[in-house]
Design a protein around this ligand. Structure first.
Ligand code: FES
Length: 935
């Protein structure tokens, strides 16, 4: 019987497998625009239309589509290729960042408009929060999406040499809106095998035995891998340029499990279903060990030791106390500083475990390709990674492979936020591929993303701060305990960054820090936007606010009096990490002025519901423009035969917009337009070594490498044109498509052909490299006015203002999107996001329906302002702006909440029930003259 489904007006007769959902059916038919974000109907990335109705195809049985007409994002455009109006509007408004959610939003919006029309007579388009209830975006903060729906034109088409400072669209934009952009898993690999992982149910146990015989009997199962198959080498899953940054405490498969969710075995099979069945049939005998989940308890004498037996070569600071890393440092003498203070305030703050929740989950596909010279095959790993080169380095070290035997490449990456600065799948997939000499794929489920990927480090931060009566700070002291979980990936670096720029932003003469990164039997933490600074800044900006209240000062004046000045050194008590940090541009004063202006002219509290209380609060942040210790970027650019340019960079594009900015920089240096620059990225074959896309280095470091390469190529083209035409070099002027040499005009095609004829390839190509040092600092400030219903704890954001010092803003639309997305993500972490664990450390919030991400309805519009500064280190005056907008949001909100309610909240998230409870407790305590209670 014919199945009779039509997909994008094409007939498909192959019947689905029993129980198959429409999402996987469509992808198997080659419609890769249909994405997997959750497979639970929560995120909407898989939205398609069935007979015009938008449905979540992950929940829709494929068999129900028989005889129906299905439209995916690939079918939205007209048959002649003319884009659907909704696709055009998403392009014009730059209504996406990573673009992984975009197909879903397009399909929902197109269906909405088909029903109600763009004129929207019945007002349905005005209720976008309701319309987008089934679609999540983790990147944009929804403003750009809403603008796209409303037809706001943001994208510009700058003229030759005028791209920097304007807002051309992302190079991948047309592919994103048509569903032809290729993300990690959007490839067909013949003979592909599928991997599934068996994970530990115990928080701490030794594996006594593993019986794989029943698993191997499952038809389709090709291999079962256990710790006996894995190399004994210890490594860290964190990726850093300097190999010694992270403790080497991890094995591909270990004979000891240290958290519930750790991988125990891998099954490789012809299908995911066979691999899952294989996992179910593995029998593991465990010998359970005592476990510890609290970081303070883990450091105490007698606590279970997680990494017993590991020696100094692993660089674990104190194995016996579960201390992965610690830093201690003092400037001046804090005891003297507190003795000088008129007011001393002390409080302890706690931040929670938060998940990146990038819509594309972790995973990779490994396969073999013939070598260029025909001498055998080499391994290609297509991965959802921020660090292709560092991943290749780690894979080669683990398996003893030369680097020219391994290629690591990323397609577009569907969101990352630091989570993919980690090698979580490539190691075990490589093990299977090498063993079987077959292509192997591992794609995490959404639940695995919670159980087996990383989180933000939960911090406990004790702060003591002192000031003279005039507000001059005399001393700051902090004790920081970071829970790194079962493994120390990023633990030391997150700790050092956390107590770095946060401490340095204020000019107290006496500062001390004691900080510990501690192993516990829970899911490991890792790199996450803000990298420790968001946690410490929550504490520090809260105590600054509280100190101001005790001094009877305006908190903004207290900050102005004590902030770092433009001519000062960036100094924290841990010193050496900051040696190459300079204030190469300074916009903190402008950020503060924006906030002061917002406060002064604000009327947003007018009309607040009766009985509600209102409050306002601000917070500041300073962040380095790259990680310490060097961060290498490499770019290569060449003139092609058709007179356009090929730009290759090593960093990945995951919605951070680097490909857009890199194209702008190259276009201006070459006096041409952005559409004449095509860009390849994140491919170890494309350029020399590149550290990768993390630490907000995409513009500041990789952008500089692009600038150097493009400027060098412009010089070479002019020189070659001069030689070719026989005129003086300074007489040759490079234009968009031509070179003019004293009246003789050559097209770039002619010049390229001349170089070919002349055997002068060096004349039409160039490379650029930048080491990422010295570094500068960027600044951010956020301000909220909020209203709170004391009877219910409900909170509303009345106004949200963000000021950012990004140096020269390379692409205002994109930079504003980074700020809005960072603020939205931070609001989730401030108000409700929390990875919950049960009593044995197993994650219980492993789906988006119980780990709530900000929806359209949750995110207010933020007014974004940029300082006007020009950095003397960054490319063309630019600084970074992808991590930093996150950092001041939580303390600004907490300060506004304090202002509104009188309660100092010291623990995130600031959930409605917690707020209500604290307000109620304060009301009961009001009869007592005691200090304002905290919560
Ligand atoms: Fe929406 Fe990345 S652009 S999830």
């Amino acid at each position: 019987m014919s199945f009779g489904i039509r997909v994008n007006d094409q007939p498909f007769d192959s019947a689905p497998r029993p129980g198959q959902c429409l999402r996987t059916y469509l992808r198997e038919c080659g419609w890769f625009g249909v994405k997997k974000g959750c497979d639970a109907g929560d995120c909407g990335a898989c939205t398609v239309q069935v007979d015009g109705e938008p449905v979540h195809s992950c929940l829709y049985p494929a068999v129900r589509a028989a005889g129906r007409s299905v439209t995916t994002v690939e079918g939205l455009a007209a048959p002649d290729g003319e884009l659907h109006p909704v696709q055009k509007r998403f392009l014009d408004a730059q209504g996406f960042q990573c673009g992984f959610c975009t197909a879903g939003f397009l399909m929902t919006t197109a269906a909405l408009e088909a029903e109600h029309g763009t004129e929207d007579d019945d007002g349905k388009l005005d209720d976008l929060p309701r319309a987008f209830k089934g679609n999540l975006c983790r990147c944009t903060g929804y403003r750009a999406i809403e603008d796209a729906v409303r037809g706001v034109q943001h994208i510009e088409r700058p003229r030759s040499g005028e791209a920097v400072g304007r807002s051309p669209g992302a190079p991948a934009g047309p592919d994103v809106v048509t569903g032809t952009a290729r993300y990690t898993f959007d490839v067909k690999v013949p003979g592909l095998l599928h991997m599934k992982l068996l994970r530990s149910p115990h928080p701490h146990a030794r594996i006594v035995s593993i019986d794989t015989s029943e698993a191997l009997r499952v038809p389709g199962v090709r291999a079962v891998l256990t710790h006996e198959d894995a190399p004994a080498t210890l490594y860290s899953s964190a990726r850093h340029e300097r190999p010694g940054v992270d403790p080497d405490d991890t094995r591909v498969l270990d004979d000891t499990v240290r958290f519930a969710g750790q991988r125990v075995a891998a099954v490789v099979a012809d299908s995911e279903r066979d691999a899952e069945e294989g996992c179910r049939r593995i029998r593991v005998e465990y010998s359970r060990l005592p476990y510890v989940m609290d970081a303070e308890e883990a450091m105490a004498p007698g606590a279970p030791v997680l990494h017993a037996g590991k020696g100094p070569e692993t660089r674990i600071a104190r194995v016996e106390n579960n201390v992965a890393a610690e830093v201690h440092g003092e400037i001046g003498c804090v005891d003297d500083g507190f003795a000088e203070a008129a007011v001393v305030y002390e409080e302890t703050f706690r931040t929670q475990r938060v998940q990146h929740a990038s819509l594309e989950t972790h995973g990779c596909v490994a396969y073999f390709e013939p070598k260029e010279d025909g001498a055998g095959e080499r391994l290609t790993i297509r991965s959802s990674t921020q660090t292709p080169f560092l991943t290749r380095r780690a894979i080669c070290a683990l398996y003893g492979l030369p680097e020219d035997e391994v290629r690591v490449v990323a397609g577009l990456v569907g969101g990352s936020f630091g989570g993919k600065q980690e090698m979580l799948t490539e190691d075990i997939v490589t093990l299977a591929a090498l063993r079987l000499r077959r292509p192997v794929k591992l794609e995490y489920t959404r639940a695995e993303q919670f159980h087996g990927a990383t989180t933000r480090h939960p911090f406990t931060i004790g702060v003591r701060i002192g000031a003279r009566q005039d507000g001059t700070l005399t001393a700051i002291q902090m004790r920081v305990v970071s829970n790194t979980g079962a493994y120390g990936n990023h633990g030391p670096a997150v700790l050092c960054t956390g107590v770095g720029e946060s401490f340095a932003m204020y000019r107290a003469p006496h500062k001390r820090v004691d900080a510990f990164s501690v192993y516990t039997n829970v899911v490991p933490a890792g790199a996450f936007r803000g990298y420790g600074l968001s946690q410490v800044t929550f504490a520090l900006e809260s105590v600054m606010d509280e100190l101001a209240r005790r001094l009877g000062m305006d908190p903004l004046i207290l900050r102005e009096r004590n902030i770092i000045r433009p001519d000062e050194h960036v100094l924290s008590p841990i010193g050496e990490e900051e040696e190459d940090l300079h204030i190469a541009s300074y916009g903190l004063d402008q950020c503060l002025a924006v906030i002061r202006g917002a406060v002064a002219g604000d009327h947003s509290a007018d009309g607040t519901p009766e009985g509600w209380v209102t409050g306002q609060g601000a917070a500041l942040a300073m962040v380095a423009t790259g990680p310490p210790g060097g961060h290498h970027a490499d770019a290569a650019i060449s003139l092609r035969l058709d007179g356009t340019y090929d730009l290759a960079v090593g960093t990945a594009e995951f919605g951070n917009g680097t490909t857009t900015v890199h194209r702008q920089i190259a276009a201006d240096a070459l006096h041409t337009t952005v559409d004449r620059i095509t860009i390849r990225h994140s491919d170890t074959d494309a350029v020399r070594h590149d550290t990768g896309a993390f630490g907000s280095t995409g513009t500041f470091v990789a952008g500089k490498a692009v600038l150097l390469a493009a400027e060098e190529l412009a010089d070479r083209l002019r020189s070659f044109a001069a030689r070719y035409t026989g005129v003086a070099g300074h007489m040759c002027v490079l234009g968009s498509e031509t070179v003019d040499c004293a009246g003789r005009t050559l097209t770039l095609e002619e010049l390229r052909q001349a170089a070919h004829t002349d055997c002068a390839p060096e004349a039409v190509s160039a490379r650029g490299h930048w080491s990422g040092s010295p570094r500068s600092v960027a600044f951010n400030a956020h301000w909220f006015r909020i209203a709170v219903d004391p009877d219910t704890g409900e909170m509303r954001i009345l106004r949200s203002v963000h000021a950012a010092d990004a140096g020269k803003v390379m692409n205002p639309v994109q930079c504003r999107g980074q700020v809005e997305g960072g603020v939205a993500q931070a609001l989730g972490a401030t108000l409700f996001e929390r990875v919950r664990l049960d009593e044995r450390g197993e994650v219980t919030t492993d789906a988006f329906r119980n780990y709530r991400l900000p929806q359209h309805a949750d995110v207010p519009r933020t007014e974004v302002h940029f300082a006007e500064t020009d950095d003397t280190i960054g490319p063309l005056g630019a600084k970074s702006m992808s991590e930093s907008p996150f950092i001041p949001v939580a303390p600004a909100f907490a300060n506004a909440l304090r202002d509104a309610t009188g309660v100092r909240f010291t623990e995130l998230p600031l959930t409605r029930d917690r707020v209500w409870l604290a307000i109620a407790q304060r009301a009961r305590a009001r009869t007592s003259p005691a200090e304002t209670p905290g919560a």
